[in-house]
Design a protein around this ligand. Sequence first.
Ligand SMILES: Nc1nc2c(ncn2[C@@H]2O[C@H](COP(=O)(O)OP(=O)(O)OP(=O)(O)O)[C@@H](O)[C@H]2O)c(=O)[nH]1
Ligand SMILES: [Mg+2]
Length: 395
Amino acid sequence: MVQINFAKKEVNCKLVYYGPGLSGKTTNLEIIYQKAPEKSKGKMTSVATEGDRTLFFDFLPLDIGKVGGMNTKFQLYTVPGQVYYNSTRKLVLQGVDGLIFVADSQKDKMDENIESLQNLAENLKEQGIEITEIPLIIQFNKRDLPNIFSIEEMNAKLNKLNVPTTQAVAFKGEGVFPTLKLAAATVLERLNKKYTPKTSGASAPSIPKVVADINGAKLSFSDFEKFCLNHYRLSGKKEPSGGVKLSKPEKEKYLSLFVNNYMVKLASKEQDISVEQHELSAHIEKIVAKFGSKEKFIQYLKDRKLTENDYKDEAVTRILASKLLAGIIPDHKEKTVPTEKQLQAFYEKNKGKFKGTYDQEKRKIRAHILKMNNQKIMEQMYQSLRNEAEIKTFL
Ligand SMILES: Nc1nc2c(ncn2[C@@H]2O[C@H](COP(=O)(O)OP(=O)(O)OP(=O)(O)O)[C@@H](O)[C@H]2O)c(=O)[nH]1
Ligand SMILES: [Mg+2]
């Protein structure tokens, strides 16, 4: 995720080189590393390689100097292109700000290009990102080889999204920097749009309103407002015709949730915890079961002006949270199971409210206490995550 530090006037973006095996991703990075001026580049790290195949990723930090008054840094990554390293690709993709798809121009590699681009779209979607929404360019590489498609053919077959393209002979260094420049420009242009109020026509980066600062990372007010609206709608409350107006305590509650969710994502990233597609599907199936059918679930969301993706983002966070919980409070299961004593005490205390005998009401009480205990334990986990961070909020 792009990090903007206004105090230090610093922008930090993550660019990922994606594409099928042997298309030339690592080569692009090697050329940049060889040719970039000494003072602007960090160390290039290749994590796990076998011959010239990338097994994990390559990484190169690059300082491109001042852009719009901000010191701008890029973290360049490559993914392993080989089909079976998909979980590694998903990890490398986390928090991506912009993508360079390195395509192999050879005719017999077109199927692999298409499959890899498809795979990119799927992996982004799991993170709640539409491929059409993220800065993406395509580099047509290996233009030196004999059996290649023309640029028109490459565009027709591979560039259905109609994104900007470049041509390259990466191993000779041709086209490598123009590609990087185009990608950088595309990402920075997007940033400008995101952080410039719509009323002002100027394109200079302006300071967004910040609702929270976590370890120096600024969470924007507009993201928070969107979060509130989504959660209000997800909670099933009826939306007033004049739009949702939250009271101060409600806003505070949502902000606490917002920060918790951020902490969960941050901790998951640090611990390399991610959500697999099948886990997400299983989670959603459980919800769908409660609604009776997928159609009913979708209709429920639709009625609340929500999409499946709005729900998925929440689902991913919940799955991540439960995975983190296992690490932070290993005995959480024992802690949440209601004891007989707890059940009885609850019945005695609320006797007036129950119609049935203890035995008749026991099941309901157990479910209720389990829910409360779960909430308590999650609260403990959030607290322990928060304890490790420096958090400021501005409501
Ligand atoms: N002919 C030709 N060969 C190239 C070009 N660019 C890269 N290569 C060669 O293609 C081979 C694979 O390049 P890499 O950069 O390692 O490919 P990769 O995309 O990182 O591959 P994975 O790590 O397996 O995903 C190397 O032998 C490169 O020298 C090019 O433009 N033309
Ligand atoms: Mg590689």
